[in-house]
Ligand binder design. Structure first.
Ligand code: F6P
Length: 327
């Protein structure tokens, strides 16, 4: 018989993502609606280890749905990945009587939650909060839509100046291990090529394609590179192309952390609200140690131990679309 959840803690962990605040708001307000006590845990798992925990009310989350970042702050906590760190965290939760946790973060944060819930009798529910969209078991992650729209807006601006100077731009977007921001923004901005960590890049094919376009006097050439591609990012790719095609006027632009900030899109606010609401329902209904995703527009629950083993797969057809539409 599962114990009744009466007091829940909520935290945001790993890289921040626009929409995390909307998710926190949904967790807090749904919890209060069901008569639960809700506690905010500061700076991810650090707040559990260091006892930085405070009671939240409905008004604690007023006026945050539209804000980027996270009011609970975030971090990647090394201590929580040690047994001693997790013991401290458990003892601190006990002091408050917290008997359920909602963790908003990426796969690293889910790994922490899974280990913790195996060791201690505190049920955990995860919400996928990462701009990378690299978690299997959900069509979208909180923050991805906003990040991609930020990248698209920036790349459109780069296209203007690329066109004015007849330049080739190599644009780096975020994604150390995942190419979704690159793939989505690349298709949406009409990039010539998209380089992603999940695929080995055929640089010879890219050079051949660019040389052919040089002959045709194609005006704008944009290449979108995920920071974790197999050459090590846009600077490296830029060097190779400059060496091989000296006639090309090459510029590199690294978009960086602007992709993580800003007001969340309507879509991110919506999925964050649905997922936050659903996380509390899961804790109350005894659906424990899962993460809440959305698949085909319906809530979808994946056990944390499965979630940490799988990555979302790149759709081959999307890579083909880049090629065909750029020709
Ligand atoms: O996980 C989200 C992410 O933005 C990745 O795309 C990126 O590689 C990484 O975080 C950057 O992390 P940091 O902000 O610690 O440099």
């Amino acid at each position: 018989m599962k114990k009744k959840v009466t007091k829940i803690g909520v935290l945001t962990s790993g890289g921040d993502a626009p929409g995390m605040n909307a998710a926190v708001r949904a967790v807090v307000r749904t919890g209060i609606y069901h008569g639960l006590e809700v506690y905010g845990i500061m700076r991810g798992y650090n707040g559990m280890v260091d006892n930085d925990i405070f009671r939240m009310e409905g008004k604690s989350v007023a006026n945050i749905i539209q804000r980027g970042g996270t009011i609970l702050k975030t971090s990647r906590c090394k201590e929580f990945f040690t047994p001693e760190g997790r013991k401290k965290a458990y003892e601190n939760l006990k002091k408050f009587g917290i008997n359920g946790l909602v963790i908003i973060g990426g796969d690293g944060s889910f790994r922490g939650a899974q280990t913790f819930s195996n060791e201690y009798d505190i049920p955990c529910v995860g919400l996928p909060g990462t701009i990378d969209k690299d978690i299997a078991g959900t069509d979208f992650t909180i923050g991805f839509d906003t990040a991609v729209n930020t990248a698209v807006e920036a790349i459109d601006k780069i296209r203007d100046t690329a066109d004015a100077h007849d330049r080739l731009f190599i644009i780096e977007v975020m994604g150390r291990d995942a190419g979704y921001i690159a793939l989505h923004s690349g298709i949406a901005t009409g990039a010539e090529s998209v380089l992603i960590p999940e695929r080995k890049t055929d640089i010879e094919a890219i050079i051949k394609q660019l040389a052919e376009k040089e002959r045709r006097h194609k005006l704008v050439n944009l290449i979108v590179v995920a920071e974790g591609d197999n050459f090590g990012g846009a600077n490296e790719v830029g060097k190779i192309i400059t060496e091989r095609l000296p006639m090309q006027d090459v510029r590199v632009c690294i978009l960086g952390h602007i992709q993580r900030g800003g007001s969340p899109s309507c879509f991110d606010r919506l999925i964050a609200s649905r997922m936050g609401y659903s996380a509390v329902e899961c804790l109350l209904e005894g659906r424990h140690n899962v993460f809440v995703g959305i698949v085909n527009n319906r809530m979808h629950y994946t056990p944390l131990n499965e979630a940490v083993k799988k990555k979302q797969r790149i759709n081959e057809e999307w890579m083909k679309i880049v090629k065909i539409l750029a020709s």
